[in-house]
Ligand binder design. Structure first.
Ligand code: PEP
Ligand code: MN
Length: 336
């Protein structure tokens, strides 16, 4: 349930409403807006009888929300959320951001080389997996803590904020210490203990869509993070599993403008995991930006043929430079 206050309602009226909500055994989450305050009601299992609330002074409207997500929805928060990652702003009205780097941190030389290359080409952030969620246990699992430290070192050297995946609730503290943006991978989108833990910190989170997750499940997963108090969430479409096997996944681009209708959170696209093929990454990067994505996440490797993971979908450095040049022209065309 969402309680919309009158634009003249002051702190006393708001307090009276939150008090009434709490006396019903529910949680009240005031959401101040530029024109009026809305109060989100959380913790109810089903329909809430609003008769004691509707008539309180200052209440303009009571909206019953039946969706599994509330804090994430535009009904609760009409203004677009801008998420700050270091000094980079992600969200509506801002220039789309480019996050680039290898699938995994493999060595000091590899991450430093890639970091400087993507920085020179104009990337806004550096990505690199340290804790890797691999399909099989006999493949490269990432350099783990050592990889995290190398990524942080490359970020400091180049001045690029760094993005890396966190796989378990136990590692949230460690990863948050070294990363500027914490990624939740597709395989962990519904790791609810991990989401709750990420809700308790204040660092921004990049939540990737599960490979078989519906839009509603995706937004409900983000709700777990916001419900614990962390509003700094960026959503990321990375392709879903369909009957089509010609591409690694099927890029569901229409979900980008749809998310923007339903949610105030920024949304990015990962054309690398969505397609699995290097040749498809530039066209889908451009399509994502035209479709309204607030940024893209692109895998780049100085020697993709030697990459320990995802070489086939990684752009070479010259390939990435060419894409950045095309994106600059596109940004001018789009008025950024
Ligand atoms: C990644 O970004 O390296 C990754 C593993 O992505 P996803 O979780 O989308 O498969
Ligand atoms: Mn990858």
């Amino acid at each position: 349930m969402l309680i919309v206050m009158n634009h003249t309602a002051g702190p006393a009226e708001i307090q009276a409403v939150t008090g009434a909500v709490e006396r019903m055994g529910l949680t009240a989450a005031p959401i101040p807006g530029s024109e009026r305050t809305a109060i989100g009601v959380l913790g109810n299992k089903g329909y809430v009888d609003d008769s004691t609330i509707r008539d309180l002074t200052g209440v303009q409207e009571v909206i019953h929300v039946s969706k599994p997500y509330k804090l994430v929805s535009r009904d609760f928060h009409p203004e677009d959320t801008i998420v700050k990652v270091g000094s980079v702003e992600v969200g509506q009205g801002k220039r789309p951001v480019v996050v680039a780097g290898p699938c995994a941190v493999e060595s000091e030389e590899q991450i430093m080389k890639t970091a400087w290359a993507v920085k020179k080409a104009g990337a806004d952030m550096l990505r690199g997996g340290a804790f890797k969620p691999r399909t099989g246990p006999h493949t490269f699992q990432g350099l783990r803590e050592a990889g995290l430290l190398l990524l942080a070192q490359a970020g400091k050297a180049t001045g690029l904020p760094v993005v890396t995946e966190v796989m378990s609730p136990d590692n949230v503290g460690l990863v948050a210490e070294h990363a500027d943006l914490l990624q939740v991978g597709a395989r962990n989108m519904q790791n609810f203990d991990l989401l709750r833990e990420l809700g308790k910190i204040r660092k921004p989170v990049l939540l990737k869509r599960g490979m078989s997750a519906t839009l509603e499940e995706f937004l409900a997963a983000a709700e777990y993070i916001l419900a614990e108090g962390n509003n700094n969430v960026i959503l990321c479409e990375r392709g879903i599993r369909t009957f089509e096997t010609a591409t690694r996944n099927t890029l569901d681009l229409a979900i980008v403008p749809l998310i923007k209708e339903l949610s105030h959170l920024p949304v990015m696209v990962d054309p690398s995991h969505a397609t699995g093929r290097r040749s498809l990454v530039p066209p889908m990067s451009k399509a994502a930006i035209v479709g309204g994505a607030h940024g893209i996440l692109v895998e780049v490797h100085p020697e993709p043929e030697k990459a320990l993971s995802d070489g086939a979908q990684s752009l070479t450095v010259p390939g990435f430079e060419k894409l950045m040049e095309e994106l600059r022209r596109l940004s001018t065309f789009l008025g950024f």
